[in-house]
Every structure is written in structure tokens, then in C-alpha cells.
Design a protein around this ligand. Structure first.
Ligand code: C5P
Length: 221
């Protein structure tokens, strides 16, 4: 039984990778499975929240009671999130958004035949969805995620300041992408604490539920 600690709250969540096309059959993406974001969407709905989940290309079922919008690219995710962010109380950015996309999209498949040299691709920067939502005039409570291979706390706190958000969730676990277990570090401006509290691993749904309890407390404070 989950107490309805988020009853009446509206949560907007991004999840999964983005896919940045190079030509009609190829693109740039990453190994994000979307599992953490989908677990958060499920836990939020269980806790009584109205949940909108904006998902990149993933192979996961939509959690019960969750409104899901599928997108491919970072720009599509941005265009979907920004107009509705202001109507939500909380924005949780779990998506592993591609930092760059090919500067131009080839209309036809790039062929190997007849080319002396391998092609090169120019990249251009994608918009930072979380930073854009956080800088709205009346932003929702913004929660970011940080996947780092070293110096998690320092990087997480730097990210908090750079994006002007109140809470960052760091992944402590090794190579968390695609796994069911994870270990988190909650970082705000003044403090940090591991989840689970003893720094062990827990499955992503258990962590998501604990995170929703934490979120409810912060919204009520
Ligand atoms: O800047 P960095 O990618 O390290 O920050 C990670 C956090 O920012 C995550 O919460 C991620 O979902 C979000 N993000 C975003 N849009 C981007 C890049 C990251 O919303 N273009």
C-alpha cells in the first residue's frame, strides 16, 4: 500500500535516451533504458499524482494511469516539455538527452559506394531542457539527474548551480544504464544523503517510491 502523498500534484517527467538522426536509417543515441524515469512515473501515479511522461525511444510499457507522449529527438522533447512545464508542480528530468545532434539531416541514406574517404559529420548543440524549464518565470520544482563516472558530489553540486535547480539526484551505482538496481545520492544546496540510507543498492521502483516520499516532504515544506 502506497500512501497518496502526491495527491493533487502534477508531475512532468522525461525518460529514456533521445535519437538524433543522421540519415533515414542511422542516428546518434545512447544506452539509457528509461527504467528509472518509468519507475518514477509509476511511483508518482501510485502516490496520487497526475503524471505526464515524455519518453524517448524505449521498450517499456506505460505505467498505469500515466499520460505518455513519445518523442525521438532532443528538440522534440524540448518542444513537448516547454509549453506544458508551467502547468505542472514538479519537473523530473531523468532523460539522457543527447548533448549534440548532426547539424544537417541527410534526406537519403548516405552510401558507401563511390566514396574515397569516410564521411565526417558536423554536430550542433541541443537545447538544455532542464535549464530552460528551471528558468521559466514560475518554474515547477525541478529535479535533475546526474550520471557521473567520478567525483559525483562535486559534479552534482556544480550542476545544481549551473541549472539553478533545487535538487539533483546522482547515480552512485556503477554503470546504471539498463540495470534494475541503482544507488542514489540526493544533493541539494546544503546537504547530501544516499538513498538507500546505508549506501547499498535497491531496485529502481523502491528508489522511485522513496524519492516520491522525499519530494512530497519538500513540496510541503
Ligand atoms: O548537463 P547534464 O546532461 O550533465 O545534466 C543532466 C540533467 O539535465 C539530467 O536531469 C537531464 O535529464 C537534463 N538534461 C536536459 N536536457 C539536456 C541535457 C540534460 O534536460 N539537453
Amino acid at each position: 500500500f502506497q500512501p497518496k502523498v502526491l495527491a493533487g500534484r502534477r508531475l512532468l517527467i522525461t525518460a529514456g535516451p533521445t535519437f538524433e538522426p543522421i540519415d533515414p536509417v542511422r542516428g546518434i543515441t545512447n544506452h539509457s533504458s528509461g527504467k528509472m524515469g518509468f519507475a518514477i512515473a509509476r511511483a508518482a501515479a501510485e502516490a496520487g499524482a497526475q503524471v505526464t511522461l515524455v519518453a524517448g525511444p524505449v521498450h517499456l510499457p506505460t505505467p498505469r494511469g500515466v499520460r505518455r507522449i513519445d518523442v525521438m529527438t532532443a528538440q522534440q522533447m524540448f518542444d513537448t516539455v516547454l509549453p506544458q512545464a508551467g502547468q505542472h508542480d514538479v519537473f523530473v528530468a531523468t532523460a539522457a538527452v543527447a548533448d549534440w545532434r548532426p547539424a544537417s539531416l541527410s534526406e537519403h541514406k548516405i552510401k558507401k559506394e563511390g566514396k574515397k574517404q569516410a564521411p565526417t559529420f558536423e554536430l550542433t548543440e541541443n537545447p538544455d531542457i532542464l535549464a530552460a524549464v528551471a528558468s521559466l518565470a514560475q518554474p515547477p520544482y525541478c529535479v535533475g539527474f546526474a550520471a557521473e563516472s567520478e567525483q559525483l558530489l562535486a559534479h552534482a553540486r556544480a550542476k545544481l548551480l549551473r541549472k539553478r535547480i533545487p535538487l539533483i539526484v546522482g547515480n552512485l551505482g556503477p554503470a546504471t544504464f539498463g540495470r534494475d538496481d541503482n544507488s542514489l545520492l540526493l544533493v541539494d544546496a546544503h546537504s547530501e544523503r544516499p538513498l538507500p540510507a546505508d549506501g547499498s543498492q535497491a531496485d529502481k521502483l523502491t528508489l522511485a517510491r522513496a524519492l516520491m516520499t522525499e519530494l512530497a516532504q519538500r513540496l510541503a515544506a
